[in-house]
Design a protein. Sequence first.
Lengths: 436, 130
Amino acid sequence: MIEILQIIIFFLIFNSLLLFPLNIFNQDLHRKHFNILEVSVLNLGINLNILLLISLINYPFSRIWILIGIGYFSVLFYNYIRKKFLKKILKKKILLIPLFIYFFIFLILSLDISNQLFLGWDAKYFYYIKALFFFDDKTLYNLKEFSPSQWHPHFGSYLWGFFWSISFLEIEYFGRLSYLFIFCFSIYYVSKLNENYVSHLFIFLILLILFYQYKYFSGLQEIILFSFLIIISKTLDKLSLSGNYLFLIIILLFNNLMLWTKSEGLVYLFIILSLILLIKKISFKYKLGTILTLILLLILKLSIYDLAELNNNNTQNMFYNFNYLLSLNFEILFYKFVNILIWLLYYIASNVFFISFIFIIIFDYFFSKKNVDYLEYEKILTIYLISVFLFIFSAYLFREMEIIQSIRTTMDRLVMSASGFLIYPSLRIIKKTYNL
Amino acid sequence: MNKKKYILFLIIPMFFLIIKLNFFKNLYFIFLDSFEERISKVYGFCENEGIGYLNFVKRNFEINKKIRLINSLKRNNNNSGNWATLNTKFNEKDEVGFLVIINNNKVNYLIDDGYEVIHNYKDCYLLKIK
C-alpha cells in the first residue's frame, strides 16, 4: 500500500516539474501561440536543466535540498495558489479527465516496473552504480572512484539517484520512474494533433500499447534520448512553421540534456543543429547564436568532465583509434558494411515506429499533395534520416570490435532511440491525410 | 459521436493495456510482497544470482568491508551479481572482507579455517575472511 502511495506522490512531484517556473496558464505565452502543453514542455526542459546544474555542483544534494525545496514551493505558490489558478484547474473538467487517465496510465506502467525490477546489462555495470553514488550523497566529482564511470555521461544516473534518494522508502526503482515520467509526457505531448482530447488520449494510449516494453525501463538510458527526440521532433516542426524563438529555446534545452545523458547525444547535437540551420524562418542572427550556444555547451561539458576527471578519451580510444582505421582494407569494410546493412534492416523491421514511418512515408510520397511548409519539413526529415544512417554505419565500420557482437549488443537500442524522432512526422502525415 | 461512444473509444485501449501489462496481478503482488521479496523472485534468494540473500545479509549484519559474491550459475557476462555487492564507502582497490556464497552444494567452495561462518541459510553462506 505504501508503495502505491509513494507512486502517487512521485506522480505529483514529476508533474509539478511541468508547472513552474512559467505559469502554464500565462495568457502572454498563449497569445504567442504557445499552448498549455508547450509551456509545460518548456518548464520540463528548464527544470531538468536546473537538476543538471545541481548535479555539477560539488555539494551533496542532502545538504541543499531544504533550500531547493523552499525555492520550488515559493515559485509554485506564487504562480498558482496566490493567483487562484488552482481553482481554475479544478473548475476545468476538460483538464481533469485527461489528467486522471494520464495518472492511471502512469500507475499501470509504474506497477509493471515495480514488479519486473530486473536491470539491463549496461544498467547493472554502469548506470545503477553511478546512481548509487548519487544516492549515497556523493557528487559528480566522486564518480572517478568507479573507473567504468568514464564510459558514459552521468545525467541519466543522476536523475535515477536523485529521485531514488528523495523517495521515503528509498527503493531503487522510484529513481527509474523519472524515466517513465519523461517517456509518458513526451508521448502525451506528441499525441496532441488537435483540440479534441478524446483523439489526443486515444493516440496516446495506442502509442503506449505499441511501444511500451519493460526492458526499455530497466535502467538503460536510451529511453531518455528517445523521449527527448520525440519532443525535439515536434518542436522543430512548430519552429519551422511559426519561427517563434521560444521553440528554439526548448530545442536547445533538450539538446543540452542529451549531451549529458549519452555519448550519442553529441551526434544528435550536430544533427539537430544542422536541421535548425535548414529552417528558413529563423534569421541568420539566431542561427549563429544557436551554433555558438551549442559550441559553448559542448566546451562546458568537456571542461566539467575534465575537472571531474571523467574524460573518456582513453576509453573511447579502445574502440575508435587511428591505428585501427589505418588497418582497415576494402575486404574488411565490405564484410562489415554487409553485416551492418542486414542487421540494420532487421532492427528497423522490428521497430514499430521505424517500420511504420517507412510505410507511411512511402504512402505519402505517392498519394498525397504537398505544400511549401510540408516540403521544408520533408527536407528536415530526409537530412535526419541520412545523418542517422551515416552515424550508424560509421559507428560500426570504424569500431575496433568483432562486428556481429558489436551490432547485436547495441544496434537495437541505437535504432530505438533514433526512432523517437520519427513518431511525430508519422502522426503529422496521418493527420494531414485524414484531416484530423 | 455522443459521450458514451467517446468513453468506449478510450476504454478499449485502456483495457488492452491493463491486460497486456498484468495490471491486477502487479497490483496484487505489490500489496502482498515486500520489495525485497519481489527482488528475490527476480534474482533468487538462495538460488540463481542470489541477490535476495545478498540484500538480506547487507541489511542484517554489520558489513564493514567489501563483499564478493559467488553463485553457482554458469558464468556469462550478465549473471555474476557483482553489481549488487558494490558499496560506495569502499574503493575499488580495497580488499574483500566478506564472501557470500550462493548454492555451495554446486559451487563446492572450500570453507576452511581462513573463514568465519557468520550466517548460513540452506547452502548459502555469509563468510568473513579472517
